[in-house]
Design a protein around this ligand. Structure first.
Ligand code: ATP
Ligand code: MG
Length: 351
């Protein structure tokens, strides 16, 4: 990846005595898509508003294209930041046509504007809808108009605040794929906000996990999922089992027997076991467990099993294996696994 386009250095923001963001530092390189992932109220929108210049930080600095945009003695106005924003509710102007919505931030002659609007509508797949009014469009079409409007003044940076949350599941998957493709084609640097972990993992180059106003981890989707920095991050991103175990270096003894650990640990730990790492078998190797319940999803199923020590594990398996409540199954896990100290794992997990 290229140059750093966005950099937050130790940024804090308070509302009254409430700390919305605490000492957040992160960078986004040119053409990359960074997702801010976190529960409601964790400070995601605040972070976008700080980058856009709608709000000023209390502490720290924001650098855009290697220029200081916000700091103790400086605040570049929003219109000079070359940042476009797509809001969660699209915020289209209801009394303006599609073309006038898209042209809103444009300068130049009427002919120039018309040409640019046509170009943008083609980019987002809405050719010929210039004179349509927003209320006659579907949710997905309105979303694309909002994207075209944000792209119109040719910003370097695009900020997208939960842009797909008003769309139903099928449309959401389609539109987010399209938006990703448009961002790639136009080479924009983007910061995207969601509280949907699947969306964050599937769409991003890098994911920043935020809760309680703090940045807990930044990394590729694989790093965030497979090497979470804490038990809290592990629990927030994807489903997590935490199996109690006693660690002695690279191994831990657990209700599933001896497990190999990725990082050496000592003492009482909780071993992170993702449900797809749990293997269930009606015969064969493993510790004997009992099926507590099963949820069937067609392509996959979730099965809860209780182990001899009464701990419960949730498995996510294909639908080859057919079991019911009360059945006995052999339980084993694919290692090596990550463990966290038992003390850390008792900290309340983010909702
Ligand atoms: N202008 C404001 N005045 C007072 N409090 C604010 C203001 N803006 C945000 N807050 C508070 O700061 C916290 C973070 O808000 P923010 O909107 O950034 O959260 P969010 O992560 O975007 O949440 P959501 O997922 O619900 O959109 C919230 O507790 C919110 O109530
Ligand atoms: Mg928000």
């Amino acid at each position: 990846m290229g140059n750093t386009v966005i950099e937050l250095k130790g940024v804090s923001k308070r509302f009254g005595d409430y700390d919305a963001l605490i000492n957040v530092s992160l960078t986004v390189s040119e053409g990359a898509l960074l997702t801010l992932l976190g529960p409601s109220g964790c400070g995601k929108t605040t972070c976008l508003r700080l980058i856009a210049g709608i709000t000023a930080p209390d502490e720290g600095e924001i650098w855009l294209n290697e220029e200081l945009a916000a700091g103790p003695a400086r605040s570049l106005p929003p219109e000079q930041r070359r940042v476009g924003m797509v809001f969660q509710d699209y915020a289209l102007f209801p009394h303006l046509s599609v073309a006038d919505n898209v042209a809103f931030g444009l300068r130049g002659s009427r002919a120039e504007k018309r040409a640019r609007v046509a170009e943008l509508l083609a980019l987002v797949g809405l050719q010929g809808l210039e004179s349509q009014m927003p209320y006659l469009l579907s949710g997905g079409q309105q979303q694309r108009v909002a994207l075209a409007r944000a792209l119109a003044p040719e910003p370097d940076i695009l900020l997208l605040d939960e842009p797909f949350s008003n769309l139903d599941t099928a449309l959401r998957v389609q539109v987010r794929g399209e938006v990703r493709e448009i961002l790639r084609r136009t080479g924009k640097t983007a910061v995207f906000v969601t509280h949907d972990q699947e969306e964050a993992l599937s769409l991003s180059d890098r994911v920043a996990v935020i809760f309680d106003g703090r940045l807990h981890q930044v990394g590729t989707p694989e790093q965030i999922y497979n090497q979470p920095a804490s038990a809290q991050v592990a629990a927030f991103v994807g489903e997590a089992n935490f199996l109690p175990a006693d660690a002695s270096g690279a191994r831990a003894s657990s209700p599933l027997g001896e497990l190999a650990l990725i990082k050496p640990m000592r003492g009482e730990v909780r071993v992170l076991i993702r449900p797809e790492r749990v293997h269930l078998d009606t015969h064969g190797e493993g510790v004997l467990g009992e099926v507590l319940w099963r949820e069937y999803y067609g392509s996959r199923q979730r099965i809860a099993v209780s182990l001899p020590d009464a701990s419960t594990l949730i498995a996510s398996t294909d639908t080859q294996i057919s079991v019911e409540r009360g059945d006995r199954v052999k339980v084993s896990v694919f290692g090596p696994l990550l463990a966290f100290s038992a003390v850390e794992s008792t900290v309340p997990l983010p909702q």
